[in-house]
Design a protein around this ligand. Sequence first.
Ligand SMILES: NC(=O)c1ccc[n+]([C@@H]2O[C@H](COP(=O)([O-])OP(=O)(O)OC[C@H]3O[C@@H](n4cnc5c(N)ncnc54)[C@H](O)[C@@H]3O)[C@@H](O)[C@H]2O)c1
Ligand SMILES: [Zn+2]
Ligand SMILES: [Zn+2]
Length: 370
Amino acid sequence: MKTKAAVVYEPGKRLEIEELDLEGPREGEVLVRYTHAGLCHSDYHVMSGDLEARLPMVLGHEGAGIVEDVGPGVTRVAPGDHVVMSFIPNCGVCRYCATGRQSICDWGATILDGQLPGGRFAMSGPRGEYGGFCIVGSFSQYGVVHQNTAVKVDDDLPLDKAVLVGCGVPTGWGSAVYTAKVKAGDTVAIYGVGGIGINAVQGARYAGAKNVIAIDPLENKREKAMELGATHAFATADEASEVINELTRGQMADAAIITVDLVTPEVVSAGFYATGKDGVIVVTGLNKLLEDTIVLPGSMLTLFRKSVKGSLFGDCNPTYDIPKLLGLYQAGDLKLDELITKTYRLEDVNEGYDDLIAGKNVRGVIVHEH
Ligand SMILES: NC(=O)c1ccc[n+]([C@@H]2O[C@H](COP(=O)([O-])OP(=O)(O)OC[C@H]3O[C@@H](n4cnc5c(N)ncnc54)[C@H](O)[C@@H]3O)[C@@H](O)[C@H]2O)c1
Ligand SMILES: [Zn+2]
Ligand SMILES: [Zn+2]
């Protein structure tokens, strides 16, 4: 079949809308009609070349849709099911899946190549075989994914909101709840209020933090943070640090969560000095793969018993956490509707990324037409 998709051919260039051929699902694979796709900054890292990926690549790793067809041996989902994509597949049996660490499943090894597990590409076009970012590729009307990527969700959930639970929501919420292990009464500083950071705000608040301090130079982001659970919001790390000092009588924050778009030694250091003894600095944002983004005085880390932790997918277990977070949404304990600033047609995906880079969007969402 044919599918229209947004493709990155060359780093630094705009996405091109291309009609591609899509082969049907084989053993263990699922054909999904994507209804929605979220615009995450990670796709932009591939567009800009900060994350070096195999090209050409169909971008989009925050995706939701409806199962159209399944290949032989598929047991997790059936045609007609509503599904949210997990941007790391979960095989269920590797060392990490088997011990409750699905976000670092061994099957995640090829997310920057985008071929299906087993090595094939389902999409092809004028420039050969096309991968799907994170083995998803939701900036396409249709996609073939492995069943270990598709998580079934309740039919009555609105897919236009549930799509956010494919990346931004679990990554941010989990960075606070699972990686930072925020506890009742804690003080948490969150650097960068985009699609990830706003959910770190929601997670920290839900976990019972007393002080949730959001830092972002943009006023619209600070306002959104205050609306969704931050107790304080500042434009700069210095202003935040002063207030954290006052609020904690010098003990400083229990956790700093770094969710800026391009992580730098400066912002990680700001988080490091904003935390006190036994503080944790969670690094969720990215930069170039081999860029030194963490430059810290190790003796201070030792003497204050601090830790610096990376967080992938918020340390979530997608098959458990995607339905769980959607349950929190249904109960009113997690906001999704309020996260979406603007929706776009697939053809306007570049405008969506212009808006993201201009700082207009907390999250933009593509609404697919078929
Ligand atoms: N670890 C993971 O599993 C994972 C998953 C998804 C995204 N990411 C990464 O997380 C990062 C954030 O993604 P996003 O979609 O939320 O991006 P975004 O562009 O929506 O938001 C980034 C925000 O950071 C703010 N910012 C920039 N520099 C700042 C600074 N020095 N201090 C405070 N705020 C600052 C910007 O104003 C913006 O509001 C990206 O690097 C993305 O690739 C990681
Ligand atoms: Zn993402
Ligand atoms: Zn696994």
